[in-house]
Write a protein that binds this ligand. Sequence first.
Ligand SMILES: *Cc1c(COP(=O)(O)O)cnc(C)c1O
Length: 376
Amino acid sequence: MNTPCYVIDSDALRRNLSVLQGVTQRTGAHILLAQKAFSCYALYPMIGQYLCGATASGLYEARLCHEEMPGGENHVFSPAFKAEDVDELVDICDHIVFNSLRQLSLYGAKAREAGCSVGLRINPEKSTQEGHAIYDPCAPGSRMGVTAAELETAMVSQPELLTMIDGLHFHTLCEQDSDALEVTLDAVVEKFGHYLKSMKWINFGGGHHITREGYDIKRLERCIMKMREEYGLEVYLEPGEAVALNAGFLHTRVLEIQNRESGRIAILDTSAACHMPDVLEMPYRPPLQGSGCPDEKPFSYRLAGPTCLAGDVIGDYSFDYELKEGEMLTFCDMAIYSMVKNNTFNGMPLPSIWIKDGDRMSLWKEFGYKDFKNRV
Ligand SMILES: *Cc1c(COP(=O)(O)O)cnc(C)c1O
């Protein structure tokens, strides 16, 4: 096996999908794959057997769902749509969610004419997370969603806008449990409750860590049932992470060991900056098979990439044995927000993508110099 390469574990994916399907079976909620987290369309037919469809961040992802998950619902949201994309979007999508009243007034009528259900993203202004400000759409100065005050004002001057909206959409969570959803939903009801009565649906967005061990699924289901029973709404959820959580690996090899005064450094043939950018952006330390925290096991190493970026460091780990050149290492939980964010900075090769199903391994994608040259 050439490294670096990703391996997607179909069995792990199936386990996640059954958990999500259970929620749909018990509550009637529609669950969609947020493609921006995971776009391996070879698995869309399988995903489509468990979920109701997918959601897109724009034209390309919407096209991908249209082509590769036929029969599934196709939803799209963007902070601002391009005029030239809207015709195709309303043609291939079932739901389109606008981020502003201006966008709604520009494209809402066209969407309805095309038979596309129209939504408006709201900002409940209820932050339920600390530490990840770049993932908090409720942070002050956010460009995401219409606030209750903005909506009130608009309803006085342009009341006809309200008649164009079929549903409200919020997305405020990131890797959170259902307690945060409950708090958010209370804020939504308090601030937007009087609009909900005239709506057909509500979309709870993503960030629900439903397939993580210990996630409180019962409370999630109570939140869904409350909207269905008290307001008669269809409920949509669009998780990305939860669909492919812990369902992928990144295999890499050690290129060189440096014995420095500061400690040992292993340079790998994979790069945080190119192949796991969330490690630097979020930041986080990805799990690595057979390793411990620094100094927990006898041999500690800083694992780093081969690019020019001084900060291309994946993290500090320890091992039971001494690492050697050519040794293969396996990072876990590498299906989400990895392949979709890859880049060829420094001319780094893109890792190939394998799909594992039971004992069978098949090579799905392989990249080379041409892919780099095409992208520069
Ligand atoms: C990112 C995003 C999602 C998916 O979020 P996860 O954290 O991967 O579950 C869903 N909806 C919207 C609007 C998003 O921006």
